[in-house]
Design a protein around this ligand. Structure first.
Ligand code: ATP
Ligand code: MG
Length: 585
């Protein structure tokens, strides 16, 4: 697809934070980005201070920080002053429970206000905070709390009974389980403490102790798309990147209403669903409910959302329902839409234009990078299908692997290689918990290797090819699943597509596609042939799949990523491996 979406921001009602990419890149320094924050009064840097207390202590104290939308229609509003008080109560409560700096606080809850109090309260106390997906089953919870040596767990009465009670004896490090009632008349289970009561009895002022920017702050587990999830460690200094990238890549302004649809159980929901918008002083929407297209459109319109950050899987679900559904409302305040987590098919970028009158801006990053690294910016032309260009302050390249184990940056445009970043940005992970060797192996020849394959065009735009593990080698060609999947997505019958390599004695691997259809289309031989011909015409015979299977939906992680390794394991009758993050359908 050669279409380019042109941007003209000269007369924009809200001028972008970054007017010109080249200029911003040339001028940017992480020292300046650090100076845009306050730092603790006595020196040092703490995420909770930058996100909450510095606003609560200044002109934005009464500004709406968080609007919580309950699943059943309830609304709770928190100003920066309110958030500061609740999070201080949480920190004081930890202190009273003799939980000290460096100890781990896990949060296993749906998107309830207490989750947000716990994250910042834990950070104020200088604990290491780790939010988990509430939909995890008991085993994934037990493994993560065990390897993270969780000292405190914040959860709800229902989740405690269903998932935690039976595990307690296996988690010797876990000293305190703090629960929030799901229903007002729920009893507090034995062995747990009533969080709301404890917060009510704690002081609403707390002085954050000295925090070194390099102190551990967050423990994030990766999505488990390619294998067993890894625990990535992040430090307080990451907030410098959260703040700078939210300004530059999401174009977030202090007066904005911002909605990140990701759950805090994966890194997007923490970096941009909790921390970054508050560092800017913006208003953040939190919706307790899960995806529902109509509810989402209503929310965007009613809450006058200006900047919206979502994911390809959600976009594909919205596309399934059609743009007509969107057109029943108007969104005059919506200014910028972004997406992350998986490749965003060109069709999805353009669908944004059709549905909302705005393109969807793809950006790329990982749990390990802690913040957005490559992005399509508000002021920059979009090449649909490209992840955009590296953030100011981020040096990226694609490298080839050498026979001696080293790597070499590829200068020529259009050549595929592994996407690599020059270490040194503040939100870079500082380790994989208990996997020192694996962490070390990520760094070769002065580069951090991402495990993703990409190519860069002559103008410095990056194009995602596939995860190194997912790339298919067929008759001497290297085939990225993304390109093939995008060809399927261009067909009106296709809702989702996942592509794998299937071992073949002649070709090495054959391309096989799994396709889920939109409502109104039924699988069948005629459609199979039509799809094969359709993608062959776009991709050529060497790259086009030889086989297509229809599935009702594709297996995905809870963060919405297609699990190609699972499609492959099932196809080949191999063990499914770690499926702790598999979304149950
Ligand atoms: P695991 O590392 O456990 O296999 P994961 O890599 O899916 O899981 P995350 O850190 O949540 O865990 O996801 C980061 C990965 O998601 C990236 O390495 C990349 O493969 C994919 N990704 C994220 N954003 C994009 C994007 N805009 N385009 C293409 N791929 C993306
Ligand atoms: Mg990964």
């Amino acid at each position: 697809m050669n279409e380019v979406i042109r941007k003209n921001v000269a007369d924009a009602k809200t001028p972008p934070n970054m007017m010109e990419y080249a200029v911003a890149r040339a001028r940017f320094s992480w020292e300046d980005a650090r100076r845009a924050l306050d730092g603790l009064p006595g020196g040092g840097l703490n995420i909770a201070h930058e996100a909450v207390d510095r606003h609560a202590g200044g002109a934005r104290a009464q500004h709406l920080a968080l609007r919580w939308l309950g699943r059943n229609g309830g609304v709770r509003d928190f100003t920066y002053a309110d958030l500061s008080a609740w999070t201080s109560r949480f920190a004081n409560m930890l202190e009273e429970l003799a939980v000290g700096p460096g100890e781990r606080v896990f949060v296993l809850a749906e998107r309830i206000p207490e989750l947000y109090f716990a994250v910042f309260g834990g950070l104020k106390r200088r604990c290491v905070v780790s939010p988990l997906f509430s939909a995890f089953g008991p085993e994934p919870i037990a493994t993560r709390v065990a390897i993270g040596e969780g000292r405190v767990l914040v959860t709800t009465t229902g989740l405690y009974r269903k998932k935690i009670a039976a595990l307690r004896s296996r988690l010797p490090t876990l000293k305190h389980v703090l629960v929030v009632r799901d229903e007002p008349d729920d009893s507090i289970p034995e062995g747990a403490l009533d969080l709301v009561a404890l917060l009510g009895g704690a002081s609403a002022t707390y002085r954050i102790g000295p925090t070194d920017p390099q102190d551990r702050a967050l423990l994030h587990f990766t999505s488990g798309t390619t294998g067993k999830p890894k625990g990535a460690i992040h430090v307080h200094e990451a907030v410098v990147a959260h703040h700078a990238t939210a300004r530059l890549a999401l174009d977030l302004h202090a007066e904005d209403v911002f909605w990140c649809t990701a759950d805090p159980g994966w890194v997007t929901g923490t970096s941009y669903g909790i921390i970054a918008p508050l560092t800017i002083g913006a208003t953040m929407i939190v919706d307790e409910a899960d995806f529902d297209a109509e509810r989402w459109y209503d929310t965007l319109a009613r809450e006058k959302v200006n900047v919206w950050y979502t994911a390809p899987t959600a976009v594909r679900m919205m596309m399934k329902g059609g743009a007509e559904t969107v057109h029943r409302r108007t969104f005059p305040e919506l200014r910028f839409i972004a997406s992350v987590g998986e490749p965003l098919n060109p069709q999805a970028v353009l669908w944004g234009m059709d549905a909302f009158g705005l393109p969807i801006h793809d950006n790329w990053w990982q749990t390990e990078t802690g913040g957005i690294m490559v992005a399509n910016f508000a002021s920059m032309d979009i090449r649909p299908g490209s992840m955009g260009r590296p953030l100011p302050g981020i040096e990226a390249t694609v490298v080839e692997h050498l026979a001696d184990g080293g790597v070499r940056p590829i200068d020529a445009p259009g050549v595929e290689g592994e996407l690599a970043l020059k270490p040194g940005w503040p939100s870079m992970f500082r380790g994989y918990l208990n996997e020192e060797e694996r962490y070390r192996k990520c760094f070769v020849g002065g580069w951090y290797l991402s495990g993703d394959l990409a190519k860069r065009d002559a103008d410095g735009y990056y194009w995602f090819v596939g995860r190194a593990d997912d790339v298919i080698k067929s008759s001497g060609h290297l085939i990225g699943p993304f390109e093939v999947e995008s060809a399927f997505m261009a067909h009106p019958a296709v809702a989702e597509a996942g592509v794998i390599g299937k071992p073949d004695p002649v070709a090495g691997e054959l391309v096989k596609a799994f396709v889920a259809l939109k409502p109104g289309y039924a699988p069948g031989e005629a459609l199979r042939r039509e799809l094969l011909a359709f993608v062959r015409k776009r991709l050529g015979t060497a790259v086009a799949p030889k086989e297509i299977d229809f599935l009702p939906s594709l297996p995905k992680t809870r963060s919405g990523k297609i699990m190609r390794r699972l499609l492959k394991a099932r196809e080949l009758g191999l063990p499914e491996g770690d499926i702790s993050t598999l979304e149950s359908s």
